[in-house]
Design a protein around this ligand. Structure first.
Ligand code: SGN
Ligand code: CA
Length: 533
């Protein structure tokens, strides 16, 4: 690999920029391009980052992630194109939509002939690393260092593959979120300091089934989390997709697997629940001390459940509290570990020359519409947290409301490295937004397309467009052994109906909006042959 000193002049551009914005006096040519750290959690909702000001974030603060926002820019309109893990990761790596990079559904799909931005950075003198959840069904392409989980990864004592293990997954001792940071630090410790680096820190947490670190097993035990306004949504005015999904806290969240009450597993009616064996799969990896702490904490939950014997709406509320507690406990460790990484960067003089990004592979429902999981184009799933701290560029506590999407990361990172983005990349660099201005020709519409049906959670296929105020969604699909055929539209006015409860499709008052969005959706579809999937 070329060293920094052998690189082309294009690599020096960010150094010049930093000099211009940060007022630094050093010779630009002496400076390296900025380093990049992309921290991406798995299923982390913006509602649970306190910097976003949501009630949940206030009850379960995230001071270290908030620090990034305090020193950088918080994006309030950041979205994915296809709210699912591997598709989102493929958008990140390629700067292309799902239909262009091949990764439409959760399983196989990625077109490995597509270039990953990590390969381009490598060619331009960057040292590259990825740690944590990789999930793609291809080897980490374009990385000098990797330490990745098998598939979704495990929370406790997970197996990890590195270059040293010759393609084998080897079990490591520890909790996934902490091990991911350990490997991030290992990459940083062993890098060649004469070269810039790009490191992807991809946490497994807080993915289902939300297994907290032992030290936080009782955190938030006494906190009552507010139930969202749409918790008991009746799905009136919506297409059938909203009522026929299988991701409701009421019907689909299980007491044994999801809420970890192992003590119920041999009792009626719980012994008929789905995924009974899957809890055991996660637990059997624990050492005796971990297991003891775990059993104690969840025996307490089981006892509370058996004492209260909640039914009907009370049971749904009780499940919601248990779900939120586990999910937010997982976030607590993520936040601690973001803090540990920031401390390392500080101690090693890396804060002033490293761009730090915090995001998630998609959003997540925290009980909105009665749901957990994601997949839908409705806000809490399509929207993700996004914070960028760019030394010398982003102003403290700044906010950006421009529409941005996960296809923008690859072009952004190339831009930071001073590398021109390849013409085929459809994403746009976010760098021009970071000083607080929005270019006049910034995008006005986002395209969305979800394809993974039939699959777990049974969310129907849909595509759509969103602008700053309106959203048009089209659900489609033939009749099959599970569901009736669907060909149905929804239109929302997000300003007047942020919870997306009132479908305005074919409302004469919104005729023009509908036509405008439909025309845009047709344009986006031009390259797509929807019938093929
Ligand atoms: C697993 C989860 C689902 C989740 C998918 C996709 N079940 O199948 O709830 O929707 O992953 O998640 S679990 O019992 O295995 O946790 S994604 O983040 O990888 O897209
Ligand atoms: Ca995910």
């Amino acid at each position: 690999m070329k060293t920094f000193l052998q690189t082309t002049t294009s690599l020096l551009a960010p150094a010049l920029l930093l000099t211009a914005c940060g007022g630094q006096q050093k010779e630009a040519a002496e400076e390296k391009p900025l380093n990049i750290i992309h921290i991406m959690t798995d299923d982390h909702s913006f509602q649970t980052i306190s910097a976003y000001g949501h009630a949940l974030g206030r009850l379960a603060p995230t001071p270290n992630i908030d620090r990034l926002a305090a020193e950088g820019m918080l994006f309030t309109q950041a979205f994915v194109e296809n709210s699912l893990s591997t598709p989102s990761r493929a958008c990140l790596m390629t700067g292309l939509y799902s239909h262009q990079n091949g990764q439409r559904q959760l399983g196989a799909g990625i077109d490995t002939t597509k270039t990953f931005f990590s390969e381009i950075l490598q060619q331009h003198g960057y040292q590259t690393g990825v740690v944590g959840k990789w999930h793609m069904q291809c080897e980490p392409k374009g990385f000098d260092y990797y330490a990745v989980f098998n598939d979704q990864g495990e929370y406790y004592n997970p197996v990890i593959k590195t270059k040293e293990t010759n393609g084998e997954y080897v079990q490591e001792k520890g909790y996934a979120t902490i091990l991911t940071t350990d490997h991030a630090i290992e990459f940083l410790d062993h890098r060649d300091p004469s070269k810039p680096f790009c490191l992807l820190v991809h946490h497994k947490a807080p993915h289902r089934n939300w297994m907290p670190e032992t030290k936080y097993l009782n955190l938030y035990d006494d906190v009552e989390f507010p139930v969202p306004e749409t918790f008991f949504d009746d799905y009136a005015t919506r297409c059938d997709a909203a009522s026929t999904q299988e991701m409701s806290i009421d019907k689909d969240m299980t007491l044994v697997y999801d809420l970890k009450m192992e003590g119920l597993k041999d009792l009626e009616p719980y012994k008929h629940e789905a995924w009974l064996g899957d809890l055991e799969w996660g637990l059997k990896r624990m050492n005796p001390e971990e297991r003891e702490a775990w059993d104690k904490a969840y025996a307490k939950r089981t006892e509370d459940f058996q004492k209260k014997k909640p039914t009907g709406k009370d049971l749904v509320r009780w499940k919601y509290q248990a779900y939120l507690r586990d999910y937010l406990r997982c976030i607590k460790t993520v936040d601690d570990e973001v803090g540990r990484l920031l401390d390392y960067l500080e101690k090693n003089d890396l804060m002033d020359n490293t761009v730090i990004v915090y995001t998630s592979d998609q959003g997540f429902y925290m009980g909105e519409h009665g749901w957990f999981d994601k997949r839908f184009m409705y806000e809490e799933s399509m929207r993700t947290p996004l914070i960028i701290r760019y030394p010398g560029k982003t102003k403290p506590h700044s906010e950006c409301t421009a529409l941005v999407q996960n296809i923008d990361y690859a072009p952004t990172y190339l831009d930071i490295a001073g590398v021109e983005k390849p013409e085929y990349m459809v994403g746009t660099s976010l760098v021009p937004l970071l000083d607080g201005t929005v270019p006049q020709d910034w995008r006005e519409y986002l395209y969305y397309h979800y394809y993974d049906y039939p699959a777990v959670h049974m969310v129907r296929r849909h595509d759509g467009v969103r602008d700053k105020q309106y959203k048009l969604i089209h659900f489609y699909g033939d009749k099959d052994e599970h569901r009736a055929a669907i060909n149905c539209n929804e239109l929302y006015d997000l300003k007047n109906d942020p919870n997306e409860l009132h479908n305005l499709y074919n409302d004469p008052e919104y005729k023009e909006v509908q036509e405008r969005l439909q025309q845009k959706l047709d344009e986006f579809r031009r390259d797509e042959k929807v019938d093929e999937y």
